[in-house]
Write a new protein. Structure first.
Length: 246
């Protein structure tokens, strides 16, 4: 009975996040697929769009290269390089312009020292370590207290101060991953805002083309919202189990 109760309880916590994540992923794929087939009137490629955004922002010392894969576009501040995927770098579609301009928007954030971006960069190593070690400590702590994370249904009849301490430390460490996903939201939305503003002001895309690029970036941003929600619900579930144990 405890097995099925715990499994059902887990679904109640995580199913909303799972549904939202699947919807967000489907939306970004369908939107990208649609606008990656629409050629922009000016014939601007993704690489050209990124360069125009950088020029409008007064940045000239950034490399723009291609990278394999689909939707693998990113800006690497360590090498000062924008890497655009095969479907963006040399393609003159509405989606390519929007995505490339977004990555250039991250460059402008980096160049001006945009505070949320600096915080996110500082959190990268902390979040990577915290999320991994945090889970290990949580699982060990629950095991020492006789609690199953996935199939927990009733309180145990004994206490384990060491186990409780490990769970608490694990929760604190895991919280850094939630903090990272939350600070990522304003960074991503701001990069898109910068990109769309320059796209519009320079006339790279107009009318329906501009709206297409906006929809593409909005759909991509929703995947970050879904990730933040998933991380939040996961953390709240852990905290709930820990409190019930005590």
């Amino acid at each position: 009975m405890g097995f099925f109760y715990g499994y059902f309880e887990y679904l109640l916590w995580m199913l909303p996040a799972l549904i939202i994540s699947l919807i967000a992923q489907a939306k970004v794929k369908s939107t990208y697929s649609k606008y990656s087939k629409v050629i922009n009137r000016m014939g601007i490629t993704g690489a050209e769009a990124a360069r125009r955004v950088l020029s409008a922002g007064g940045v000239t010392n950034v490399q723009i290269t291609s990278v394999g894969g689909n939707l693998t576009d990113h800006f690497d501040p360590r090498t000062n390089t924008i890497r655009l995927s095969d479907g963006v770098y040399g393609r003159n579609t509405v989606a390519a312009v929007g995505i490339a301009a977004h990555e250039a928007g991250h460059v402008l954030q980096h160049a001006e020292g945009y505070v949320p971006n600096k915080i996110r960069s500082a959190l990268v190593p902390i979040s990577n370590i915290g999320s991994r070690i945090g889970w290990i400590l949580i699982i060990i702590g629950f095991a020492m207290s006789g609690v199953s994370y996935y199939y927990y249904s009733t309180p145990t009849t004994y206490n384990s101060p060491v186990g409780d301490a490990l769970v608490t430390i694990g929760i604190i460490l895991y919280s850094t991953s939630l903090l990272f996903t939350l600070i990522t939201l304003p960074v991503e939305f701001n990069a898109s805002k910068r990109a769309l503003k320059i796209i519009e002001s320079t006339g790279m895309l107009q009318g329906e083309e501009y709206e297409g690029a906006k929809k593409t970036l909005t759909a991509a941003a929703m995947t970050y919202v879904a990730a933040a929600l998933t991380s939040l619900l996961q953390l709240l579930r852990i905290i709930t189990i820990a409190k019930r144990r005590r």
